[in-house]
Design a protein around this ligand. Sequence first.
Ligand code: ADP
Length: 221
Amino acid sequence: MREEGTVISGERAVLTVQDFSKSFGEVVALDQISLSIEAGEIVVLCGPSGAGKSTLLYMVAGLLPPDSGTVTLAGIHPYELSGSERTLLRGREIGMVFQDARLLSYLDIEANILAGGGSSDRAGELIEELGLADRRNHVPKKLSAGEQQRVGLARALVANPKLLLADEPTGNLDQGSTDLVLAGLKKYVSGGGAALVVTHDPQVIKMADRVLTLEKGILQG
Ligand code: ADP
């Protein structure tokens, strides 16, 4: 285990964040954050509500420019690109999972997964892996919350992104779905992916390579 918050700029660093700061008016949401994540790692980010976790995820995803500091994703600085180039970079290199799966109600499961890009072969693999084979042609409203979340994970992974950003991916899931989501996460990083996961779930924390804690916009440790 490396020291928390250590910055690596070696070839394996998928994500490097350096001196990242963001304020909303008087509120300092992130204060000089530096961290890096390499291929094969699951890094958990925890901290109380209002600590800046979502702000960090959005900034890493290229959705919210920092006031100062840099982010390097797969060797590229997203905020030096145009908005449309940044969107393409995000589509290619980042998968995102939210607490609610945010599926498209009018598409079946397979089409929802393919909305993340990628090939039908890869979608088929993920459908099997995440235990969704008998749900392939169902629409989301026929699925349990746990099944919907597994579809959300498959959609995030179908284009083989270098980085997965997840916000409470196991929040409110039954144990069966939690096990499948955790196994999917593990397989993704063992295949060379990297994951930054906001969670307080002890089961995710247990499998993390590192746990970072944010408090009032400052990375502890
Ligand atoms: P967390 O995800 O850890 O709960 P957030 O990143 O959502 O924390 O928020 C960090 C701080 O920034 C909070 O004080 C929050 O109120 C503030 N904040 C976040 N987004 C905005 C925004 N768009 N406008 C104003 N304040 C914001």
